[in-house]
Design a protein around this ligand. Structure first.
Ligand code: NDP
Length: 459
């Protein structure tokens, strides 16, 4: 596996990849380790994951640099990702015991010697595959492996080939923290190694990535009827009503669209703006975007770095060409930057319409279309006109109006006057092509457990 810096094209590392044989051997080791790990007291597992959180904090500067070098995330944003990890991990540390504990749901007769008792117990799934994405490797990885390990599962973790070095550091720190040696094993390689992992008789698969690959994953494991959870892409819309503070809304939404070069599953990808403020909003939005510092991701001042994957440059260029063909106006950017690295200029397309790919297909880059709408009904219709359903937002001073609109939107998360936001206390879940299942919240802990129903009748 040759790891190349997307900002410089320089080779960073050459890491031996797994083979189908080594993946099978790791599966066997994980199977043996899981039994012992599940028997380990929960308090011991909690302490190990607590130490993992502390190690992330202690090593944050070095880990951030590794992430910046291998996927191009600006250094400040890499540090932000690591800085947010303790609160994410603490949520799981604090809530797992309550979610895992037995529930007595019926007890008949003398409480000391009940005639009949019914209990729901929660057992780990076993060995699970965690196939992960590169855009927020700490967030999307830990949303799976932290609750999976806490609940007594063993994890075979495949980082994306674009975040392999980060994946290796995660594995190293989990071992240092005291997670049993084979309860967490990383698997290194590209998509073919992900596919080899799925051929093992795993007990569950937790996948984060694109709809296309997620669908393949689901089709591959479907005959085995194992727990399958898919966190996939989005084409996340926001509607800006005419009653907003235009400059503030434009600033917040530009950040939600362009942070991490737009490479977030919940980046704002489409904007619908009420016609009464459309022109003013576009001006304010373009003014904000034009101030973004594009440059070397290791530079503290940089807000937009290179894309992680070279191939995405062509996708974005073709979305711009298609939009222009259908009448869009390029108000900012519009093309690859003439410099070393996979840089695409932050791009704002005004006069957007649903004839354009940029309003329908996931862009996953620093580009956005802005469309004018006449009223709330038109905004609702357009926001729902998508195969995806990850997040959607409304900016308005009127909470009743925003609530009325958001109730009509088919999306797993909805935002009022905010965007591009995730909370460990709330389920992260997609509708339609954005996936199935939930991470985070109690639902995202229970996902790693299977219920066992106990029917107990005294003699
Ligand atoms: P991909 O679908 O390309 O890859 C996801 C993972 O699957 C990678 O580890 C990849 O390995 C692996 N993989 C590829 N082919 C196979 C296969 N046949 N069998 C098993 N595994 C395979 O997505 P990206 O990594 O490019 O991530 C970007 C996508 O992820 C976007 O659509 C984004 O919206 C979505 N995403 C969703 C999130 C959510 O929470 N809903 C969060 C973050 C991202 P390799 O990379 O080595 O090829």
């Amino acid at each position: 596996m040759k790891i190349v810096n997307p900002a410089t094209h320089k080779l960073l590392a050459d890491i031996p990849a797994d083979t189908a044989g080594s993946v099978a051997a790791k599966y066997q080791r994980a199977c043996e380790a899981q039994v012992e790990w599940a028997r380990t007291p929960l308090t011991t597992r909690v302490e190990a994951l607590r130490r993992f959180g502390a190690l992330l904090t202690a090593n944050a500067d070095e880990l951030a640099l590794v992430l910046t070098r291998e996927m191009g995330k600006p250094i400040k944003q890499a540090r932000n990702e690591l800085g947010a990890m303790p609160s994410r991990i603490d949520y799981f540390l604090g809530e797992t015991a309550a979610v895992m504990s037995d529930e007595v749901v019926f007890s008949d007769g003398d409480p000391a010697r009940p005639k009949l008792k019914e209990i729901i117990a929660h057992e780990p799934l076993g060995v699970i595959a965690n196939i992960s994405a590169w855009n927020y490797p700490y967030f999307v990885g830990s949303n799976v492996f932290v609750p999976a390990l806490l609940t007594g599962n063993a994890v075979l973790y495949k980082p994306s080939e674009f975040a392999t070095m980060t994946g290796l550091r995660i594995a190293d720190l989990l071992q240092q923290a005291g997670v049993a040696a084979d309860a967490f094993l990383h698997v290194v390689g590209a998509g073919n190694i992900g596919a080899a992992l799925l051929r093992q008789p795993i007990n569950g698969v937790f996948f984060t990535g694109s709809y296309g690959t997620g669908r393949k994953v689901a089709e591959t494991v479907a005959p085995r009827l194992i727990h399958t959870q898919l966190e996939l892409g989005g084409k996340d819309p926001t509607y800006v009503c005419e009653d907003v503070d235009v400059a503030r809304a434009a600033e917040g939404l530009a950040d939600g669209a362009f942070y991490n070069a737009g490479q977030s599953c919940c980046s704002v990808e489409r904007l619908y703006v009420h016609k009464r403020i459309y022109d003013a909003f576009v001006e304010a939005f373009v003014a904000t975007v034009d101030k973004f510092v594009v440059g070397d991701p290791e530079d503290e001042a940089t807000y937009i770095g290179p894309l992680a994957r070279e191939a995405q440059l062509d996708v974005l260029a073709s979305q711009v060409a298609d939009a222009v063909k259908h009448g869009a106006k390029v108000r900012s950017g519009g093309k690859r930057l003439d410099r070393t690295g996979f840089y695409f200029a932050p791009t704002v397309l005004a006069n957007a319409s649903h004839e354009m790919q940029v309003m329908r297909d996931e862009s996953f880059g620093p580009i956005i279309g802005i469309q004018s709408v006449s009223d709330d009904d038109e905004a609702v219709r357009l926001m729902n006109d998508t195969d995806y359903g990850l997040t959607a937002g409304v900016y308005s001073k009127d909470s009743a109006r925003a609530t009325r609109i958001l109730r009509q939107i088919a999306a797993g998360s909805v935002y009022w006057n905010c965007c591009d936001r995730v909370s460990p206390r709330l389920p992260w879940t997609g509708r339609k092509h954005s996936g199935i299942g939930s991470t985070m919240s109690h639902a995202g802990i229970r996902a790693f457990l299977q219920p066992k129903a106990w029917h107990l009748r005294g003699a």
